[in-house]
Design a protein around this ligand. Structure first.
Ligand SMILES: [Zn+2]
Length: 207
């Protein structure tokens, strides 16, 4: 932790993989609509381990931007190594976005105490192209699965991702509880099993 009684710096975001729309989010298998591409890691996983280790030793919360299954999976791998060597309770390390994860990794978030820091409006902004990018199997398994995270025992922290998205919290709240766009589509919601209740959505934005 750095700073004084005027300003405290508690957290560092580290860019690990890219975004889904531009096919930079990292996966273990290629994009369905770009068969030679598995996305990019901006830094080497062992560098992320060094950053995580430094964060644990200095009480600085590390929050890698991790969007794809590999971005999230490799982050959990590296953090597990660092935490085993330097155990810290209530570390509040996060995955920023945690957008698309392997089903098996949901429980690893809980075990390691890594907080899925999510932006519900990403689901409804991206839903028109998610299945083109990664196919319905990966989308169903782990795309914007805040219900799965909550049921497994994670504390999901929601935000806006302003300036990528609107700052308006109610737009994100609406996406969290409906998984519909502003025209009410799709009618049943996009992968509606993953909806939050209103109380869960409120909690995730306030916590
Ligand atoms: Zn980000």
């Amino acid at each position: 932790m750095g700073g004084d009684h005027f300003l405290q710096v508690r957290s560092v975001k580290v860019f690990f993989d890219g975004a889904l729309g531009s096919r930079g989010a990292a996966f273990y298998r290629p994009y369905n609509d770009d068969p030679d591409n598995i996305g990019v890691l901006e830094i080497r996983p062992d560098h992320l381990y060094d950053v995580a280790r430094a964060g644990l030793l200095t009480d600085m919360q590390i929050a890698p931007h991790a969007i794809g299954m590999r971005g999230n999976g490799e982050w959990l791998d590296q953090f597990a190594r660092a935490l085993q060597e330097h155990p810290v309770d209530d570390h509040r390390f996060r995955s920023e976005h945690a957008q698309i994860v392997r089903a098996d990794d949901v429980s690893r978030f809980v075990e390691l105490g890594v907080i899925p820091s999510m932006q519900p409006i990403h689901a409804t902004s991206d839903m028109s192209f998610v299945e083109d990018r990664i196919g319905p199997d990966r989308a169903e398994q782990g795309a914007y699965v805040w219900r799965a995270f909550i049921d497994a025992g994670s504390i999901v922290a929601s935000g806006s991702d302003f300036t990528v998205e609107s700052h308006r919290p109610l737009w994100g709240f609406y996406a969290a509880v409906t998984r519909q766009d502003h025209d009410g589509r799709p009618m049943e919601g996009w992968y509606p099993d993953q909806r939050m209740t209103r109380a869960e959505a409120l909690r995730s934005y306030m916590i």
